[in-house]
Structure formats: C-alpha cells, structure tokens
Design a protein around this ligand. Sequence first.
Ligand code: ADP
Length: 483
Amino acid sequence: MRDRAPSLSARMFRSILAFTLAGIVVFSLALAAIFYLSFEHKAASDLMAQTHRAAQYLDSESPEQRLAVLEEQFDGNVRYTLINANGTVVYDSAAPGADLSQLENHGDRPEVQEALAGGEGATSRHSATLGTDTLYAAAPLADGSVIRLSETRDSLVAFFANDMMPPVTIALLAAAALVLALSRLLTRNLMRPLDRIDVSAPLENTAYTEMEPLLARIDSQQRTLRAQNQELALAESLRRDFSANVSHELKTPLQVISGYAELMAHGLVATDDVRKFGSVIHQESQTMRALIDDVLALSRLDEKGLSADETALVDLTATVAHAAERLEKPARDKGVSIALALQPAQVSGSETLLEQMAYNLIENAIRYNYPGGRVTVEVLTEDAGGLSREDDTRQLATESANPLQKLAILRVSDTGPGIPPEAREKVFERFYRLDKSRSKETGGTGLGLAIVKHTALRHGGSVAVDSAPGGGARFTVILPQAR
Ligand code: ADP
C-alpha cells in the first residue's frame, strides 16, 4: 500500500514553529551579547576611574597611613591590591591580614607592568572553571608603587545560563503558543481556496496561479474521458441498433417461411400451390442466407488488423471481371447490358473482399436500373493514362490519400434513377434504403454498400457516389496500387 501523503497543515505548522523559535533564540542571544558587551565596557571604564580616584587619594596619604585607609575605606565588591615597585604585594583586600609574603609576585601581571611603566593598565581575565570574568585596572602612585582594583562578575556564558535562561524560556513557550494559534489560522486561510476547488469545472477555479497547470491537466483529461465516453456510447448504440435491425430483418422471412411450412404440414395447401409455396420458402431462405452472409462479412470487417489472406497481391482487373461475369445472368434477366473498360491494376489486400465489393456495386447498378439500361464498369490507373492528377474522380473520394501514392480506381456507373445528393452519404450506412419496399423486393439486405465502404477503408481507400452524366448513379472506389 502507498504511504499516506504528508499533511500540508502539519508541515506548515512545524516549519513556522521551527523558524519562529530559531528566530527568537538567535535574536535573544544577539541582544544579550550586545547588552553584556556594552555593560562590560562601561564597567571597565568605571573601574578605571575608580582606580584613578583611589590613586589620587592614596597619594595624598603618607605611606604609613595607606594600609589603614585601605582597610577602612575600601571594601565591598571591588578588590584592592597595593603593589610595590618590585612587584610584591603590600596589601590585598581579598586577603586582609594574610601573610603577604605567601602571595606571589604581581610584577608580571600585564596591567601592573603597564602601571609600573608609568601608564595605566586594564585587563580582563576569564576563568572557565569558575565561569567568571575578572576586570583589572591598575594605576601608578607617586612613590612608584601601584594600586590595582579588580572586580569579578559572571562570564558571558554564565550570564546567559543564569540570567537569560528564564526570560528566553518564557518567550519561547509564549511563541510556541502563539505560533500554534497563528499557524492554524494561516493554514486554514491558505487551504480554503484549495478546499473550494470544483474539480468538475477545473478551469473556472481561481485558487492559486500555481494550481493552473494541474487544473488544466485535469480539464484536458476530463475532456478526453468525456469524448471517449461519447464514442463508447455511440458505438454501443450503433451496435444495439445493428443487432435490433438484424433481428428485425431476419424475422420477416422467418415468419413467411414458418407460416407457409405450417400450412403445408397441416395439408392445407392444394397440390397445385405446393410448388408456389415451396418457391416462396426457398426465396425467403435465400434472403435470410444473404443477410447472414452480409452480417458475417461486416463483422469480419469490423475486426481490427488484416488477416494473412488480406495482404496478398490481387489482380484487381481480373477480380472485377470475375464479379461482372457472375452477374451476367441477372443482368440479362433484367435486360441490362454490362460494358467493361478495364485497365490492368494490382492492389494488395483480400481478393475475396475485393470481389465482393465489385459484386455489390455491379449488382446494385443492375438492380437499381431501368429495364434496357446500361452498366459501365471501369478500372482506371494513372500509369495507363486512365486518370490524371487533376481528375475530379481522384478528388472525389480521397482527401487524405498520399499524393505520391499511385491509385487504382474502380468506377461503376448506371443509367438508373440515381441517388439524390442528400442521400449520398447515407446509402453507405447499415440498413439505410432509399426505397424500402423496392429494395426488399429486389432482394437487397441493406448492407451491401456498408460492406463496400468498409472494404475500401480496410484497403486504405475510400468510396463515394455522385451522378453519372445521364443522371444514373456513379460509384467511385479509390484504392492504393500495390507497389
Ligand atoms: P440494398 O441491399 O438495399 O441494395 P445497399 O447497401 O447495397 O443495400 O444500398 C443501400 C441503398 O442505396 C439501396 O437500398 C438503394 O436505395 C440505394 N442504392 C444503392 N445502389 C444504387 C444505385 N446504383 N442506384 C440507385 N440507388 C442505389
């Protein structure tokens, strides 16, 4: 299973909290350091001033009096040390009355050295173990000795740990509480436009600019899905119509057959009529057979991909001639003559399907013709000069054909009533008939031209109908020639 996606609001809350807290900590530290350093600077100069005052005061006393003065006057936080010109400690307020000879020589201390040299000295020493900083200030006395004052305070680190910790902690806690409330508010405000997105109309949202590519994608995908659904629905409804039509077309001859057969079975048909009834039954079963053959042919054409026998090299001329030959008798019966004008042409595909196609077109041209009419069947090619590049026949059925591809054309014209322009697309639809009763009586299934169209498409070609010069119908099939 996929991991749960992280929560935007939780992430936002964490980031805001982390940034705010880090900000507070850094700000407090910086502020405290500045504060401490300026404080220390002031303390150092105060101590220096105090040292000068002490020096002046001690200079006004006799050397004998000094110790007494020091012991009386100066005490408190500040430590006083009186150092001889040779560096020995004469007095130290940190150890009053101690054995001064025990104290180490102070002559090497930098602030003392500076004072001994006649100037004034100030240093600061840090004790990591005690966590303290000690300021020293030394000034020379008139007799060459040195008075040194020192003051010890918490070091910067200790100052932070002791003095800054409580207020900073309180500030951090308060900030965390504030951030909690604010981030809730912020998150809610940021999320509101996202919550309001209407996915069913992606492009009508005005959430965030950053969302636009995503919404555009959703929109285009929804369009695709809608289009696909429509196509599927259309295909499904066509399929359902087709099944309903087939059942309906089968039912009529079946009812005739079953009615006549029942009469005969019950001995209700006079002997003279048996022949007639038998022939009707035969005719109707032929109709059913033709219909079933056409339905099977169409469903094969609906399948995708060419089968092995559909990629053979086919002699179109011979195939068309053969179809015409098979229709000689029906043509004679109707008093229609067939004229052939066939140039040699080869196409690649299925001979069976191509012959069926020619057969359907010629059969229609005979059936939908006047007695004594004419059917002209032509096969034309560019190489044989039957077709020029500008030929409107070439234009008629092809728009998408590759202009470099050589074409073969099958044209079947008749001298019948023709097809009115508004029906010229529809005649290729399944079960579409211009004149239902006449088509039925001539034995048509209503599927012949649908098979022609699908066969042409299947061979990379197309078919169209217009009217022949005399007003009859002229069907033109365009096929790519075999290379
Ligand atoms: P049918 O089996 O009814 O002939 P087709 O699909 O072959 O079915 O033809 C569809 C309809 O187109 C026919 O019913 C007819 O009305 C019309 N049609 C086909 N060929 C011709 C033609 N040569 N002349 C006039 N009408 C035609």
